[in-house]
Design a binder for this molecule. Structure first.
Ligand SMILES: [Zn+2]
Length: 396
């Protein structure tokens, strides 16, 4: 199905200057405006310089965002053209960027751009977001339309970024009930998470009948991430992915957050093996260029965390009921699903290539995160206040 397409590297070169395409998500908003709105001018040694909150202006950023967006748009185009059933861009999944504002280390929302591309052919696109953080940029982009149903499973508690994504946020106007938010507390485990996802996925499948799917696989939900929130493993997310693959729909897989690089690379490599229908060795190949990063066990598996699960069984039951029976959209019964059963061996070359691609992709994400974090540490509270005022003005 996918493997031979994936193996063809030539087919996956991103299109050129993505942001010069007639893109509806950056309508009229110049890149300068997108960057500058989250910046503040401060004086440093008598010289006025721009300092940015979490999306700093760094050298080569324009080329960086056009490559990311171009790759996701290209991956969507491949699905539109029917050249593959599944495409992957682990460098994509920058789900926080807004139409006219860089946010949350995301300079451009490649997810939204890819969905717009898919909408040229597919009337109902389902977006599923496994990232630890709420997929606010994607939700905002499609909150008013029934043609894109967004589902985000995320940590939701006061003070946790981005602060949106509560259960009762269900969309607006004609898009009402086509936004699904699954707010979770710290410590959620695979069994609860997978059961809840299966329940919701069944409802969506039978009621919405999507004809294309986009999946954001942010790996900051995995145990070991510095965010220290959930107890999930790649195996748990993998069970959710198998469910999605069993629908046999054109599907685009994207990366996202993930700040423990070896854990993120492990997660995306494992998911790639599931997508390809290949069984891979649990031992990291010692020929891998980043082999030492995977110490001390050099295993592909990530063990589950042992934090207290603040999501009680009753919480999860109520959440499932609220989502699956509370929405007028989901009144029909659950439907079937089948396991992906075909297995094949994946060669050591491909193993290393997938692992390397995953590691490279999360390094790109982390580079922005770290750059942003340095700026945050630098900007003092007074500047933060000034910046908020500037942002407020911008909204007006
Ligand atoms: Zn995240």
């Amino acid at each position: 199905m996918v493997s031979h397409m994936y193996a063809s590297e030539e087919a996956w070169q991103p299109q050129g200057c993505a942001v010069e395409l007639p893109l509806r998500f950056v309508w009229g908003a110049s890149m300068r405006k997108i960057f500058s709105c989250s910046c503040v001018k401060i004086k440093q040694s008598g010289v006025v310089v721009m300092k940015c909150y979490d999306c700093p202006l760094v050298e080569g950023i324009y080329r960086f965002v056009e490559t990311i967006a171009g790759a996701s748009i290209t991956a969507a185009q491949v699905l539109v053209d029917g050249l593959a059933r599944v495409t992957i861009n682990w460098c994509g999944g920058w789900h926080h960027a807004q139409r006219d504002e860089a946010e949350g280390f995301c300079y451009i929302n490649d997810v939204v751009l890819a969905i717009h591309k898919l909408r040229e052919k597919f009337s109902r696109v389902l977006y599923i977001d496994f990232d630890l953080h709420h997929g606010n940029g994607v939700e905002n982009a499609f909150a008013f339309t029934p043609h894109v149903l967004t589902v985000s499973l995320h940590k939701y508690e006061p003070g946790f970024y981005p602060g949106s994504g509560k259960l009762l946020d269900v969309g607006f106007g004609q898009g009402r009930y086509y936004t699904v938010n699954v707010p979770l507390k710290d410590g959620v485990r695979d069994d609860h998470y997978v059961s809840l996802f299966h329940c919701i996925a069944n409802k969506i499948w039978s009621a919405y009948c999507p004809n294309a799917v986009v999946v954001q696989c942010g790996a900051d939900c995995i145990n070991g991430d510095p965010a220290c929130a959930f107890n999930l493993t790649p195996q748990g997310i993998g069970l959710c992915i198998k469910k999605i693959l069993a629908w046999n729909l054109p599907t685009l897989f994207l990366g996202g957050g993930g700040y423990n690089l070896p854990a993120t690379a492990r997660c995306w490599t494992y998911i790639t093996s599931i997508i390809l229908g290949c069984q891979i060795s649990t031992s990291i190949p010692d020929s891998n260029v980043d082999f030492l990063c995977y110490s001390p066990d050099f295993e592909l598996d990530v063990i589950p965390g042992n934090r207290s699960d603040l999501n009680t069984a009753e919480d999860m039951k109520q959440l499932a009921e609220a989502i699956c029976t509370g929405s007028p959209l989901f009144k029909t019964d659950c439907c079937w699903w089948t396991e992906v059963s075909e297995h094949a061996e994946i060669g050591i070359h491909n193993y290393n290539r997938v692992l390397g691609t995953a590691m490279y992709s999360c390094q790109r994400y982390l580079a922005c995160f770290e750059a942003g974090f340095k700026i945050i540490s630098y900007v003092n509270l007074k500047c933060m206040t000034v910046m908020q005022v500037i942002l407020k003005k911008h909204e007006l």
